[in-house]
Design a protein around this ligand. Structure first.
Ligand code: UDP
Ligand code: MG
Length: 340
């Protein structure tokens, strides 16, 4: 069966499904200190979905340990609108974990993951849904431009994507963020992946399925401040590389082999030269620089091995990915109750 044929079959499936019952689409929004924009986000998004009467919608907000009035706004929205539900995490777990928490709880046949700051324009939702109807499973929004970002941020993210692409076998999509519509099949696949150090962008690529990229212009933040800084971004980059490839470890083996080989050649040369011309004790500076160089390389690779060992350590604890204080106001005494 060709790829096209597959997409077409999915399209037919979805159409026949829709005739029998209405589909629910979840809008998943991880929020950390977003009191400045959350109401605006809700207002703009509800406006857009009002224009799509063929589907039911639900909002799933994840409060990722905000220290401002974000939770109060979520409660207020839920009181007004029964389509809104929220998951209140026990502390700040980071966006990656907040997303899987939302995915675990949401009930839709498909879900759109969006940032609360309106950088992901809700106006794109209808287009995403139309591609979903056409049989695609993962419709991702690709940034055509990045308003409000510095030259250095654009350059560094470009460089990072290139490096990651070279190091891993799975095709990681450049300039594609978390803003996407995922079919239930993809959502279920993501629910299976319980690794605690998550690089979600890579996971989206890893799961595969039928992907479609649509282009959009990423706006600047509507209000509030970005939660990212270069330190966090660099950590995310290391996360991305170490969770998807062991290429750095392999590089250590290769470099070790090359250095050893060169050392053997040099040793043979020294022995032959000493036999022919006698020995001398010159060469102290070159000796020191070689020792320092090798020492540096060893420390570097020890660090890299440590990076992977740390991951093994973290994953081997098998802790739950997140803890929930309450779901729509219902206190989670037993975390196992979590998903209904
Ligand atoms: N976010 C989160 N937990 C965090 C940091 C961020 O849930 O620890 C959410 C944040 O509320 C927003 C989204 O992730 O909805 C993207 O964050 P931000 O806009 O700060 O990132 P940027 O757009 O600058 O990459
Ligand atoms: Mg943002």
């Amino acid at each position: 069966m060709t790829e096209n044929q597959y997409t077409q079959d999915r399209q037919t499936d979805r159409q026949t499904d829709r005739q029998t019952d209405r589909h629910l689409i979840s809008i998943l929004v991880p929020c950390y200190n977003e009191e400045a924009v959350l109401r605006q986000f809700y207002a703009r998004t509800s406006e857009v979905i009002r224009g799509i009467p063929d589907y039911d919608f639900e909002f799933v907000f994840v409060n990722d340990g905000s220290r401002d009035g974000t939770l109060a706004i979520m409660r207020e929205l839920r009181a007004k609108d029964a389509r809104v539900s929220y998951i209140n995490l026990s502390r700040n777990f980071g966006k990656e974990i907040a997303m899987i928490a939302g995915i675990d709880y949401l009930q839709g046949d498909a879900a759109v993951i969006m940032d609360a700051d309106l950088q992901d324009p809700p106006a794109l939702i209808p287009e995403m849904i139309s591609w979903w109807e056409k049989g695609y499973d993962d419709i991702c929004a690709k940034r055509r431009s990045r308003a409000g970002e510095t030259f250095f941020k654009k350059w560094s993210s470009h460089a990072f994507y290139r490096i990651l692409q070279h190091l891993t076998n799975i095709p990681i999509q450049p300039d594609v963020g978390d803003f996407r519509l995922l079919d239930k099949q993809c959502l279920n696949a993501l629910r299976l992946m319980r690794e605690s150090q998550r690089y979600t962008k890579g996971l989206f690529s890893w799961i595969g399925f039928n992907k479609k990229e649509i282009l959009f212009d990423r706006d600047a933040r509507a209000a509030g401040k970005t939660k990212w800084n270069y330190w966090k971004l660099m950590n995310l980059a290391i996360e991305g590389i170490t969770s998807f490839t062991i290429a750095p470890l392999r590089a250590a083996s290769f470099l070790g082999c090359i250095l050893a080989f060169v050392a053997i050649l040099y040793m043979v040369y020294i022995v032959v030269r000493t036999l022919l011309y006698g020995g001398d004790v010159a060469g102290y500076p070159s000796l020191i620089s070689v020792i320092l160089f090798i020492g540096g390389v060893q420390l570097l690779f020890l660090g890299i091995i440590g990076e992977y060992l740390g991951r093994v350590f973290n994953e081997s604890k098998f802790r739950p990915l997140y803890l929930v204080k309450d779901y729509n106001g219902k206190i989670m005494i037993d975390q196992k109750e979590a998903r209904k």
